[in-house]
Design a binder for this molecule. Structure first.
Ligand code: MN
Length: 438
């Protein structure tokens, strides 16, 4: 089975010259979707596709009706200010639109003169959350993260017995999901008292953390009571973005039993503005494998296609700036690097599991992967792991130390897919800054 088509041809070049620059990240093979408007304006947001250093305005292009058939129907859905209508159309429509966009943006296209006036500089726009997110679920699919965190609480038995059988998750909150550039006040709440039986403390969170994750946007949903089969699951997925699941560890430690995270997670979550489609990620598919000796997934979580190509090689990194580093004008510090390929569960398995009981997913729903830590040293994708729950401070290149986040600290997540002979596909950037508690 091949997931590749003419839009993945690595030799394709665009008449948008910046798209052809090595490592631009937004070549003609990428074509991610987002919503944008002129920076600082109060215009309604429009749907756009990123190409090189530009954004192509699809909302305006839709009015010009350049295409017919499914691509025209998909483009018509881009007249909205959010991607949900396009998401609901389904994968054949998404592919048809991608194919026409690829052809129209290629060198020599007869549509160049039509499209040129609809380009704006990416640096001149601001974004909103690209879809109306009805529901948000956060999973826990890095066994390296789960083991490292488990070790802190249960040194002899770090991984709970369900981990290798059930994709663990909890229902999060969509209302406080914001787009890159988001700022938020340090959360305030109850934290664990020092002595047995003591009353809890109340005040600003002292152990504020980030979590490097990917967000999986659901395209087409399912009716309540009807499960999504694993073989069909990927056709329901619109694409991926970066996600920072900001976490108040001290609030979490006190509140999480017995129903899981609540106020420790729902004060802010930040995503990157561009959704890279699953189709654009096809060249970076990899076999999905279980380590030797681990249980194989139950039948509803197993398929030949998933085993053959259900994982994705996505390189991830976390960077940090502080008030001091920005004042000094020094480069952001790199805190970790990891890869999505090291996750214990695949995208298809998450959808199959989420709906196996008949739970309904809807266009624009987002599934978080959970913290994507890797097996190696330097691949710990949260401060909880990097500092062993605050016991071992890290020293930043400009001399400051951190156990957890301080006010005005900024976390920047980045992701890219690269391999020899193929243009680099960027997922862009997801930045957010902690403000003082109010
Ligand atoms: Mn999380």
């Amino acid at each position: 089975m091949s997931h590749l088509n003419e839009t993945h041809d690595p030799s394709l070049k665009s008449w948008v010259s910046s798209a052809n620059e090595a490592d631009n990240g937004f070549p003609i093979q990428n074509l991610p979707y987002g919503v944008f408007r002129e920076k600082g304006s109060s215009e309604p947001f429009r749907i756009g596709v990123a190409i090189g250093n530009k954004v192509l305005d699809l909302t305006t292009l839709a009015g010009l009706q350049p295409w017919s058939g499914k691509a025209a129907e998909a483009l018509e859905a881009c007249k909205a200010g959010k991607l949900n209508t396009l998401m609901a159309l389904g994968s054949t429509h998404w592919s048809a639109l991608r194919l026409e966009l690829s052809r129209a943006l290629r060198q020599g296209s007869s549509l160049q003169a039509t499209l040129e006036p609809l380009l704006v500089e990416r640096s001149a726009v601001e974004h909103d959350v690209p879809a109306q997110i009805g529901d948000y679920t956060d999973f826990y699919i890095s066994i390296h993260h789960a083991t490292a965190v488990g070790k802190q609480f249960r040194p002899d038995n770090p991984l709970l017995p369900n981990y290798k059988w059930v994709p663990i998750g909890y229902h999060g909150r969509a209302s406080t999901i914001g787009v890159s550039g988001q700022t938020f006040p340090r959360p305030v709440g109850q934290t664990r008292p020092a002595g047995e039986g003591a009353a809890p403390n109340f005040g600003p969170c002292q152990r504020l953390d980030y979590e490097l994750e990917l967000g999986i946007f659901v395209g087409t949903g399912n009716a309540q009571g009807q499960r999504i089969d694993i073989d069909d699951a990927e056709s329901h997925v619109f694409g991926l973005c970066l996600l920072n699941d900001w976490s108040a560890r001290d609030i979490q430690a006190w509140e999480y039993q017995p129903l899981g995270p609540f106020l420790s997670k729902n004060f802010a979550s930040t995503i990157s503005p561009w959704i890279v489609t699953l189709e654009a990620l096809a060249p970076f598919r990899e076999p999905f494998k279980r380590p030797e000796g681990d249980p194989q997934p139950l039948p509803y979580l197993h398929s030949e296609a998933n085993s053959a190509a259900g994982a994705f090689g996505v390189e991830l990194e976390v960077l940090m700036t502080t008030e001091q580093s920005r004042r000094q004008g020094v480069e952001p510090a790199r805190l970790s690097t990891s890869n999505f390929r090291d996750a214990y569960w695949s995208v298809a398995q998450l959808l199959a599991h989420h709906t196996v009981n008949g739970c309904m997913l809807q266009p624009g729903d987002m599934l978080g992967t959970g913290t994507l830590s890797g097996p190696a040293e330097g691949a710990q994708a949260s401060l909880l792991e990097l500092t062993t729950n605050g016991q071992r401070p890290i020293t930043l290149p400009w001399g400051e130390q951190r156990t957890f986040l301080e006010d005005h600290d900024e976390i920047i997540l980045r992701a890219r897919c690269s391999k020899s002979g193929y243009p680099t596909i960027s997922l862009g950037e997801c930045a957010g800054t902690v403000l003082p508690a109010i």
